[in-house]
Design a protein around this ligand. Sequence first.
Ligand code: HSE
Length: 407
Amino acid sequence: MDLAIMGYGVVGSGVARLLARNNESIAARSMQPNMRLKYILDLREFPGDPFAPLVVHDVNLILDDPEIGIVAETMGGQHPAFEFVKACLERGKSVVTSNKELVATKGLELMQTAKAHNVNFLFEASVGGGIPIIRPLSQCLAANVISEVAGILNGTTNFILTKMFADGMPFDTALGLAQENGYAEKDPSADVDGHDACRKICILATLAFGRHVYPEQVRTEGVRGVATEDVLYAEHAGYNIKLIGRARRLEDGRVSAVVGPMLVPFDNLLANVNDVYNAIMIHGDAVEDVIFYGRGAGRFPTASAVVADMIDCAKHTQRRRFFDWETGGADYVAPAAQDVVSLYIRLRCGSPDETFAALRGLLPGAQKLSREGAQPHELALITPKMEEGAALAALRGRDVQSVMRLF
Ligand code: HSE
């Protein structure tokens, strides 16, 4: 059986190298002694690259070649990845992908296409880089009713936050380093503004709760607004700030799903996940909390998951490996403002003491925070648990600088 890779970037080149490096064990595990990489599709040339002879520019070479049984899509983005993947599935080729945007937006359609053509569509690499999470969530935890999935889902922003706050590195330098290491998306705003984490929580929520959650249904904030003052207040109160994706099953059958920077208590394992590492926590009624931890981005960690899916496809040429979920719906995700949460709030005001006294009437039990070097017209507080919309209404008209949820 022959293989093809579509997209020779960081992940695609990792897949080619890993297939070559672990050739014997991969052949043994896939029970396909003659598995070989035949084409690499990319618009660019790669002179001097060991895999340059395999590079082609026309997807039809892959589509029309009956010997190609498995295709790894590592191009990223929706288009033309969607058209290429769909065409591969329709031609009877199994596809594995690391493309979270594709799975989060078109996963249901592609899964249905795979079923209709009796081939596999697998996407272990789309969440958590090298961390096994898609199969554990869908298969190993299948006996559970899952009530929550949450975690640090973006390696680049976790790397940036760690470098900024542990090493004092400026934001742009930390982002540049993440790009050099091959962690960041082509368009770094996908990382920094939370869209990458949003796509991943959509995939996890979809698998955990059984209906498709779409990125536009998830309120998403990135890390650009996290200021040094926030970190100092958070640390003084016993929290780290992490970009968290969180999805919960609600009693009325809907789900809550958000992405944003959150204050995570020091004694929570997620608070101590640093650098490019990701960690994903799942709560099931039987298993309770389980946490998956590892490298969430980078060439070989992500290639590890892609190649594992290729091996799985090779082993399942007769039997299919389907993941099942249903379509979502406009009302399936509850408005974020209805979530019951505690908020961290920093605002500018004339007199912090007077402002806090006035706010405490509206937010009973609110806790005033302190930090070294606090400015005279600055107030930071933590609200009691209440509907987010009600807490924010209490602050209407105030000069609010920062709002983050407590995890
Ligand atoms: N840019 C992504 C991240 C790559 O930093 O997590 C892995 O999906």
